[in-house]
Design a protein around this ligand. Structure first.
Ligand code: SDX
Length: 393
């Protein structure tokens, strides 16, 4: 233990770029080679062959479920999708109609802690898993309720005969007539949720572990993670990418925009990553999944600008020298928008996907009996000085 070898020595590392704050067996990233594995399974194979609920089970339990375990898990999630009616009616009505859905989500995830006081028993692994089931199951209901509130439409209650992704799409879009889930949309939703399910010690997962280390309840810890995800440097980037593409507006404006980025006047949203110094493997998979959705919806008119932007950036020394490549957020919003999601729901979609990852890290941290997160600082303020009376100021 270096703390015994070097007593009183601290490492100053703003942004924690070169600091490991946790031991984890959940997800492995190899940023130089663009590799991502959940519990050892390559993301490419899980995106092609698995489902979001199966990946959620894998992240939380460490192994793929057998048929009996899978059936039990899906049954558990399917039968915990409802919100307490008092919660549903009162929590949403207290927000303004145009409240950003992420603002509602952060608040409502925290609010759930008041309906499940037993969730404070964080030392009981079975209790932790019960709360994890509730949170994974209720995220689509919370998300679609926020959306329906923002557009003045009645809530759609969960349909327990549908799979997770289909149920989510139906609660989002059913209005007046029975909603027919397009298989291409169902599969695209599964893939997008799988790709967002975990990503080791990213900002929001680190937040979940830090807040969870105080031994607060999981709803409060997950609400904090939602807050971290909301920022445009993190999960808010997918919404920012579409707004950026809108701002560029046409092919001709791509080069001038790139020059603006190189001059430091703009940020190329959806590009760059703290760990990936190569193409984000998720961006590659999303780009492929987009074609299946566009085959149904027609191509998103902003796709051509995005492709031109990527081509220009990947051949420009500024981006090459800084190893800036498209990340998970560069193409995801184009699919979401083509599927009919409004831009202010994009980060909410990210949160639905990331919930099992946050929960798996929270559970692992408690299993490890980690110490409370409490870093030190480099003090740069005033030296000791005496109080000054008001008359002397
Ligand atoms: C996610 O951590 C995760 O795993 C996150 C995530 C997950 O699954 O949880 O992968 C999801 O959050 C993806 C990232 C989404 N965010 C964006 O797309 C926003 C745009 N990207 C940047 O803000 C930035 O790249 C970050 C925040 C993603 C990473 O920031 P870093 O690691 O602190 O890098 P940096 O800001 O120190 O940049 C290093 C250099 C700088 O140039 P110099 O000062 O050396 O001249 O690269 C430049 C930066 O100016 N740079 C960019 C840039 N990103 C970095 N320049 C233009 N456009 C960009 N997008």
């Amino acid at each position: 233990d270096w703390r015994k070898l070097l007593p009183g020595v601290w490492f100053h590392d703003p942004g924690l770029a070169t600091t490991s704050g946790a031991e984890s067996a959940i997800t492995e990233l190899d940023g130089e080679n663009g590799i991502l594995r959940y519990r050892g399974y390559p993301i490419e194979q899980l995106a092609e062959k698995s489902t979001f609920l199966e990946v959620s089970y894998l992240l939380l339990n460490g192994e793929l479920p057998n048929q009996q375990q899978s059936d039990g898990w899906v049954n558990e999630i399917t039968h915990h999708t409802y919100l307490h009616e008092k919660f549903r009616r009162k929590m949403y009505d207290s927000f303004h109609y145009d409240a950003h859905p992420m603002g509602l989500l952060c608040s409502n995830v925290a609010g759930l802690s008041t309906f499940y006081p037993d969730s404070k028993e964080i030392d009981d692994p079975a209790n932790r898993m019960q709360q994890a089931v509730r949170l994974i199951a209720k995220m689509p209901t919370l998300a679609t309720s926020a959306y329906r509130h923002s557009v003045g439409q009645p809530f759609v209650f969960p349909d327990n005969t549908l799979d997770y992704a289909s149920n989510f799409l139906r609660m989002m879009f059913e209005l007046g007539n029975p909603y027919e889930v397009d298989p291409a949309f169902q599969r695209a939703m599964e893939v997008l949720l799988i790709l967002h399910a975990d990503h080791e010690q990213n900002c929001s997962t680190t937040t979940a572990r830090v807040v969870g280390s105080s031994h607060t309840d999981p709803y409060t810890a997950m609400s904090a993670a939602c807050g971290a995800l909301y920022g445009p440097r993190h999960g808010g980037a997918n919404e920012a990418v579409l707004n950026m593409l809108d701002g560029i507006g046409s092919y001709e404006n791509v080069e001038p925009f790139i020059e603006g980025v190189k001059a430091g006047n703009e940020r190329l949203m959806g590009f760059g990553h703290r760990v990936y110094k190569n193409y984000d493997p998720r961006a590659r998979i999303i780009k492929e999944a987009a074609h299946d959705v566009f085959a149904v919806t027609g191509t998103n008119p902003l796709l051509d600008i995005a492709l031109k932007l990527e081509e220009a950036a990947l051949s420009d020394e500024y981006f090459i020298s800084r190893k800036l490549y498209p990340n998970v957020d560069f193409y995801s919003g184009l699919i979401y928008e083509s599927m009919g999601f409004p831009r202010n729901m994009f980060t909410v979609l990210f949160a639905i996907g990331r919930m099992p990852g946050w929960l798996a890290h929270w559970d692992e941290m408690l299993d490890q009996d980690s110490r409370i997160a409490r870093p030190r600082q480099l003090y740069t303020g005033e030296a000791e000085r005496d109080y000054i009376a008001m008359s002397d100021r």
